[in-house]
Design a protein around this ligand. Sequence first.
Ligand SMILES: Cc1cc2nc3c(=O)[nH]c(=O)nc-3n(C[C@H](O)[C@H](O)[C@H](O)COP(=O)(O)O)c2cc1C
Length: 196
Amino acid sequence: MFYGNEALEELGIFDGINEIVATTEKDGRLNAAPLGLIKDGDSLYVRLFSGTHTYENILSSGWFVANVTHDAWLIAETALEDLTAENFMRCDGVPVLKGAEAWGLFKCEAFMMDIIIARVELVRGEIIRKDFRAFNRGASLVVEAAVAATRYMALRTDNYYDELIKMQRIINRCGGPREREAMERLMDRVDSYSHI
Ligand SMILES: Cc1cc2nc3c(=O)[nH]c(=O)nc-3n(C[C@H](O)[C@H](O)[C@H](O)COP(=O)(O)O)c2cc1C
């Protein structure tokens, strides 16, 4: 087990925006959604946009678990869908995704009270498995596409849809089956939403 912000790199968290999946809990209900954990030297914070379960849960509980993974499928899936209970396990009492490679429990102190920004601090965390692989453009683009999809859903701007179509072409070329499936599932949701 690792403790405190000195252990961030051990858990795979480096300077820049770390795209993690945050697991949170409220009234016994578990939630998972992508969240950017921003590290700039000693400063560590998240930007929380209102209107999400993650925002509400973190505000009411003061913590979240960062699930570190480079499985782009998991990031895309949690961006637009709720995961079923079978996808979670308990590690040292906190909810962790079975697909995580490492997890960290962060306490979270809102320092702008419209809670756009919250300072966060690692309480404890552990490595579940080390899983290295070559950089894959398709996987990065799935994460980018998940961002575009959430923005498209929120803003309904055609630009995002056009971007998604371009990204899908590259994902089909550079990604493996998991990345292609993640993108297909994103597009299915975006398309069914477009028809509402
Ligand atoms: C890669 C990625 C990074 C994201 N980063 C953030 C973030 O830093 N803050 C935030 O509030 N939402 C972020 N989002 C959007 C939320 O994950 C999205 O609104 C999600 O649907 C919220 O789900 P929830 O209602 O289950 O919490 C991100 C989405 C993606 C795909």
